[in-house]
Design a protein around this ligand. Structure first.
Ligand code: SF4
Ligand code: SF4
Length: 244
């Protein structure tokens, strides 16, 4: 993203809309820090600039284009045809049917608005879980930029790219859940941003949630299950996907 200096009045109205804090005012002109900018185009799309001073890049070259794929909800990831981080997220399993009742889906959301992440942060996560034999989701841009699924190594060319957030997705058999959570906990201090972990499973016998019982059964305060929940309802017909 660029700002056309000749149009900018330096009013500063755009600053609070940038989720990467990439817009600075210097010498009464807004300027975009290109290292911080995630190419999300929020500044442009919110229409806050009365001078129409924002100028989105016409076409982003690789690897900078990966910023837009992860950060601009209108950018489609061509390999999946999906906008907004480029993946039909695992929590929509009722629609996609990616995994069966004997499997768990795990998603790791790395970064968030006002914090951001680099792909280097994402690689710390992928490298932590790959040796445990997880099955990375193929239709996900993180997996697309992975050079070696056994080690979780990403393409070195993308490691410095900054994004608002990215989601690492993989499946595991239930017995691997504890190892995965412990591996993520171990690398948390060296990941230079925030991340959250989601564990997704199919409900059984109507209202039975196997993953929940499993974690509660450990009785480990490090992995306490709270009453917090988020329900994605009405996304499709349960069990209609190919995994059924
Ligand atoms: S809102 Fe427009 S005119 Fe105001 S500082 Fe931002 S770019 Fe410049
Ligand atoms: S494109 Fe996004 S990250 Fe870049 S300056 Fe605009 S709002 Fe900030």
């Amino acid at each position: 993203m660029n700002v056309m200096a000749e149009r900018c009045t330096g009013c500063g109205l755009c600053l609070k809309h940038c989720p990467m804090r990439a817009i600075k005012i210097t010498a009464r002109k807004a300027r975009v820090d290109q290292d911080l900018c995630a190419e999300c185009e929020v500044c442009y799309r919110v229409g806050v600039c009365t001078e129409d001073a924002f100028e989105p890049a016409r076409e982003l070259a690789w690897p900078r284009s990966i910023r837009s794929i992860f950060s601009n909800p209108l950018t489609e990831f061509k390999e999946t045809g999906v906008t907004g981080r480029g993946t039909e997220e695992m929590k929509t399993n009722d629609v996609t049917g990616r995994f069966r009742s004997s499997m768990l889906g795990v998603c790791v959301d790395v970064g968030r608005p006002n914090v951001g992440a680099t792909l280097k942060d994402v690689e710390v996560i992928t490298r932590a879980v790959a040796p445990l034999g997880v099955e990375f989701e193929g239709k996900n841009p993180v997996t697309y930029v992975m050079r070696d699924r056994a080690s979780g190594q990403l393409d070195p060319a993308v490691l410095s790219e900054r994004v608002v957030s990215a989601v690492v997705e993989f499946t595991i058999p239930p017995e691997k859940l504890r190892g995965v959570l412990e591996a993520l906990q171990a690398v948390a201090p060296v990941v230079d941003t925030v991340f959250s972990v989601g564990v997704i499973c199919r409900m059984e016998d109507g209202d039975h949630v196997p993953a929940l019982d499993q974690v509660r059964g450990w009785g480990d305060p490090d992995f306490a299950v709270g009453p917090h929940s988020k329900v994605n309802a009405g996304l499709g017909r349960p069990g209609s996907g190919p995994g059924e």
